[in-house]
Design a protein around this ligand. Structure first.
Ligand code: FES
Length: 107
């Protein structure tokens, strides 16, 4: 499954991700800068914040209200209606071609 990360400066990085890995792992395993994922991917740090490309938000799913993820994202810098935590995005075959925008900084 291919996922493209776009940096805040517009640099695009396409990486190959195994099905079932998360978008956080996709970034970390491929040294994509800008995603820290400090907590190890257990939805406890908010340093894996990404903006899902608007064209993909419906497939990925929007942030659920009242979730741990939305609580955490309140601590993230510059969130938008497309914000998600990358560790909470499992990569499935239907997400092939997914585009994620990496924020300039995580906090
Ligand atoms: Fe910590 Fe996603 S890696 S919240």
């Amino acid at each position: 499954v291919k996922v493209t990360f776009v940096s805040s400066k517009g640099t695009r990085r396409e990486v190959e991700v195994a099905e079932g890995e998360t978008a956080r792992e996709a970034a970390l395993f491929n040294d994509v800068p800008g995603i820290d994922g400090d907590c190890g991917g257990v939805c406890a740090c908010a340093t894996c914040h990404v903006h899902v490309d608007p064209a993909w938000i419906d497939k990925v799913g929007r942030l659920a209200d009242d979730s741990m993820e939305s609580d955490l994202l309140q601590f993230a810098e510059g969130t938008s209606e497309y914000s998600r935590l990358a560790c909470q995005i499992p990569i499935m075959p239907e997400l092939d071609g997914l585009v994620l925008h990496v924020p300039e900084q995580q906090y």
